[in-house]
Design a protein. Structure first.
Length: 257
């Protein structure tokens, strides 16, 4: 795992956008799993702007959904579906045949999980997975206590996730279960990038990075990823011990940890 620390959210987003564009330029058939959420929003805007300006071809890419709120329809503005459509797929003119998202309204959610596992198995693997970190350390809806051995699964949402998740909805919404890719998918992704910004993420990031890996802080799984990157701004990195990163990293340069 490498830690990359940036001066601010804008620099982080710029770098993430550049990396995704570079991957797609190198391989038109790229398989991407890009999270919804507040953190990647700016990077997605930059990707769309640059892809248009530089005529970067996304027509052969495949997009895999990370997670979804069970029971929330795609037209609800708080759904991951809605977010990805508006922030990524529409701006990049991605066709629906390129996109595989969880149907969180399915009457058989377990079949939906197996369907998503099969979609991933049929690819040559996820080339790049971009994830956020929840205030409780979750990735996708891999909540505290989750087994690290899972593929796609349905999970009861943690109290913290249900409370924090209200920020995506215009009115109070009952959030009970989530459907999500599991950590087997994350570990098998050829590249995994966890992104976070702001001081509100500093405590949980310190735990995820500096404590030994454990399921109480699911994002600590990143420590065992062979090509994993933690991309954070200075505020999110503010509680890390100096030994965790070198002065060089403060300028946004890579360094092994
Ligand atoms: P956020 O969500 O990007 O909106 O902070 C992160 C997450 O819960 O995974």
């Amino acid at each position: 795992m490498q830690i990359q620390i940036f001066d601010n959210y804008s620099a982080l987003s710029q770098q993430l956008a550049e990396r995704i564009l570079e991957i797609v330029k190198t391989n038109r058939d790229t398989v991407l799993c890009l999270a919804a959420g507040d953190t990647p929003k700016l990077a997605y805007r930059l990707i769309a702007e640059k892809a248009k300006a530089e005529r970067i071809d996304f027509t052969k890419c495949t997009f895999i959904g990370l997670d979804e709120w069970v029971g929330i329809p795609p037209e609800n503005e708080g759904s991951c579906h809605f977010f990805l459509n508006n922030n990524l797929f529409k701006p990049l003119s991605i066709s629906s045949s390129q996109v595989h998202l969880f149907n969180a309204l399915s009457g058989d959610l377990h079949a939906e999980c197996r369907k998503m596992d099969a979609v991933i198995s049929k690819t040559e693997g996820i080339d790049c997975m971009v994830v956020g970190i929840g205030m409780n350390g979750h990735i996708g809806f891999n909540e505290p206590g989750v087994s690290f051995d899972l593929t796609a699964h349905v999970i009861h949402l943690d109290d913290n996730t249900r409370a924090v998740g209200q920020k995506y909805f215009s009115e109070k919404t009952v959030l009970d279960k989530g459907i999500t890719l599991g950590f087997q998918h994350l570990l098998l992704a050829k590249e995994a990038r966890l992104i976070a910004n702001g001081s509100k993420k500093a405590v949980i990031l310190k735990k995820a990075i500096e404590e030994p890996m454990h399921s109480g802080v699911p994002a600590s799984i990143m420590q065992s990823h062979s090509n994993g990157f933690i991309m954070i701004d200075k505020e999110a990195a503010s509680l890390l011990q100096p030994a965790t990163f070198s002065a060089k990293q403060k300028n946004g340069h890579d360094s092994k940890w």
